[in-house]
Design a protein around this ligand. Sequence first.
Ligand SMILES: [Ca+2]
Ligand SMILES: [Ca+2]
Length: 310
Amino acid sequence: MTPRSGLAVNRGAALIMALLVVALATTLASTMIWRQDMWLRQVETRRDLAQARLLAIAGIDFARAVLAEDARTSSIDHLGEPWASKIPAMPAEGGEIGGELADEQAKWNLNNLVRNGQVQPDSLAVLGRLLNQLQLPPELAWTLADWIDSDSEATPDGAEDAYYLGQTPPYRTANRELSDLDNLLRVRGFNSLIIDKLRPYVSVLPGYNPVNLNTTSAIVLAAVLPDLSPADAQQIIVERNRIPFRDVGDFRNRLPRVEQGNSSASGQLDTRSRYFSVSIRSRYGNADLASTALLDRLTTWPAIVWQKFE
Ligand SMILES: [Ca+2]
Ligand SMILES: [Ca+2]
């Protein structure tokens, strides 16, 4: 919790929780009647799972409503806003539900590596610096670029069909955008340990998406802006947590003087976000469900890009 906004966040969380109770009551009341008929004959476990899933769906819809309300009332996105409040597990309709929203543009989108099938040298350099900061092999940036770009010519540090067809069982290069972080398991040199190390700093979003200066971490910021020292990146995050950036111009004005002219990352930075993920934990009877969804707030009411119930 940042010192700036502790009270505001608490108030925001209380408000959100109150609204959630109302939203759940309305959403679920309408499903109560058919639900009884439909599920009474099913085994109890299946009923519990279905109920936990209904709670999760209501939770995801509620998260969409929170983001829509945010879009109506603010033009930037920062961590002091109500959407950023985590909702602890609380009783609802005989079960329990809690969850949180996260700004996916707080992280660097791996699909930024390639635009229109072509590798972007700027983006390749960003990923190289990020890997370097995390003490991971920098050549992974090239290997991933080959995996995503549309051609089949391997770069010196990369890999295309010639490598993947030699595996047992053989498979081909995707030559298109990643759809999920776990896709990396098929890319040469990546493994689950490396993916876990990257997870806090990278996202997998459709198309090209800038990093949100108001939610990102010092590590991502230093990867995007090569002239920024790690200490300066840290300092910028501290100050941002007190006063969020209005726009990229405001950010540049608040940079240390020596770095104001150097950083040429226009287009890679923004102060608002389009993609958010929502994680919901719902319990009912013996069922305990972890659900996630990726939300696209291109228009005010966010669309669901994908959702998983596990
Ligand atoms: Ca906002
Ligand atoms: Ca390729």
